[in-house]
Design a protein around this ligand. Structure first.
Ligand code: GDP
Length: 454
């Protein structure tokens, strides 16, 4: 089960994602029942796994490794996200949008017997806009006599219709020949993936509003992609669009699924938190403003700090805040959360949607800080100036000197100072404070290490 898998994941200490050589990605989009699954099967050359188009049926796989004339590529089948009739136009369009974003070329399948429908319109508009190669596939053309029906699809403005019969195989070889001419040999999107959807963990104790936030921000009917070309992704993660960008939300299953176990509930909760942090780059810690800041909240924040991930604090249920509680809250924050005063703060309501648009800029800021690299020259100029202005106090007749410093790592920014003796903790904190004054580092922990040269 999930927890066992999680445990296993922790034991191997996996970083969540590995990036295999980036095969080009070919996505298949289209309405339900146009024959996407049949086409996938035909291209794969086997009748495996892929079920017939059935509205409402969710397949657990969306990506297949495929090959044509010794060219290997990934086939993304959006049929795995088959929506039901309600809201179908929007769903198909949303799926197509994600598929276009995540692919190097697109096969747009239309049932030539039916022609393009209103549901197709939005997708056609999206496809006309993309610079990626788009192939219009006129399916269900079972013999030459039916080809005029395919030709009628010229009017979609997507170029030449490729008549095929996915069931019988007719025309599929010609289609794939045409695709191979336009499909890059190395994926542009899979490369993007490396810097690509950034990994966010939504954390917080039970009932602070994590799942409400997830649903409000990402949408209840969000498009879920569990497997992308060239990546191995935990099935409990989801890719969602927020603020016009794709993000990987790690362990969303853990958010939706309540732990009913009485015994060990805390253990499982912190296990999940640790596992989610392990896989994430930035954490959103959600706090409930109607409740006092608790030890549990502080423990979660500590876990984030230990993990070295970027941090955003989301103060939720702002709609329930009255003036008295608000004053008290600000005092609590000053007292208990002074050590994370550098974390961007968003005051939100998952219920009303208040300020949810501030979340993405906060995440972006935190990640930018997390990635920041200060050039060695600048860092040493900073150290020289700082020491001149405020030398280390003399201890026992000695004054440790800082010989040289450098930023040894990013994510989070980690500095090393080469010194002639131990620096006081107070002095190190002073250095950290100054670093923040100069470079901000809003949203990221920073680490300052010492190497003492005797
Ligand atoms: P989770 O356990 O952290 O995922 O919390 P839920 O999202 O399940 O929320 C717990 C309860 O708080 C639910 O009854 C929500 O409706 C409620 N809730 C969540 N966010 C807000 C909010 O911004 N305002 C109000 N008034 N209630 C909220």
């Amino acid at each position: 089960d999930e927890d066992a898998a999680l445990l296993a994941g922790i034991e191997v200490g996996e970083d969540g994602i590995s990036y295999a050589p980036a095969l080009p990605v070919l996505a298949i989009v289209g309405r339900p029942n146009v024959g996407k699954s049949a086409l996938v099967n035909r291209i794969l050359g086997r009748r495996e796994a892929v079920v017939e188009d059935t509205p409402g049926v969710t397949r657990d796989r969306v990506t297949y490794k495929a090959e044509w004339n010794e060219r290997r590529f990934s086939l993304v089948d959006t049929g795995g996200w088959e929506p039901d009739a309600k809201g179908i136009d929007a769903s198909v369009a949303a799926q197509a949008e994600v598929a276009i974003d995540l692919s190097d070329a697109v096969l747009f399948v239309v049932d030539a017997k039916v022609g393009a429908t209103a549901t197709d319109e939005h997708v056609v508009r999206l496809l006309r806009k993309t610079k990626k190669p788009v192939f219009l596939v006129a399916n269900k053309i079972d013999d030459a006599r039916q080809e005029p029906e395919a030709a009628a699809l010229w009017n979609l403005g997507l170029g030449e219709p490729h008549p095929v019969s996915a069931i019988h195989g007719r025309g599929v070889a010609d289609l794939l020949d045409a695709v191979m001419k336009k499909l890059p040999t190395v994926s542009a999107v899979a490369k993007q993936e490396i810097g690509g959807p950034r990994r966010v963990a939504i954390l917080g104790r039970p009932n602070v509003g994590k799942s409400s936030l997830l649903n409000k921000a990402a949408g209840e009917e969000r498009v879920v992609v569990n497997e992308l070309a060239g990546t191995t992704r935990d099935p409990v993660d989801e890719i969602v669009e927020l603020g016009g960008k794709l993000w990987t939300l790690v362990d969303t299953a853990g958010i939706r699924r309540r732990v009913h176990l009485q015994q060990g509930a805390d253990f499982y909760a912190s296990l999940r938190t640790s596992a989610a942090l392990e896989k994430s780059e930035v954490a959103v810690v959600v706090l409930d403003v109607t409740q006092p800041i608790s030890v549990q909240d502080l423990n979660i924040i500590d876990l984030v700090l230990e993990s070295g991930r970027a941090l955003v604090l989301a103060y939720n249920k702002w709609d329930l805040l009255d003036d008295d509680r608000r004053r008290y809250l600000e005092r609590e924050i000053e007292q208990d959360l002074a050590h994370v005063a550098w974390a961007p703060r968003v005051n939100i309501s998952a219920r009303t949607g208040r300020h949810l648009d501030k979340l993405v800029p906060a995440l972006e800021q935190a990640l930018e800080s997390w990635d920041t690299r200060v050039p060695t020259g600048k860092f040493n100029a900073f150290i020289t100036e700082l020491v001149a202005e405020h030398p280390h106090p003399v201890r026992g007749g000695k004054q440790p000197r800082i010989l040289f410093g450098t930023q040894a790592a990013t994510r989070p920014p980690t500095f090393v100072l080469f010194t002639t003796g131990f620096l006081d903790p107070g002095y190190r904190r002073f250095i950290t404070r100054r670093l923040r004054e100069i470079w901000g580092f809003e949203g990221t922990p920073i680490v300052v290490n010492m190497r003492v040269r005797e």
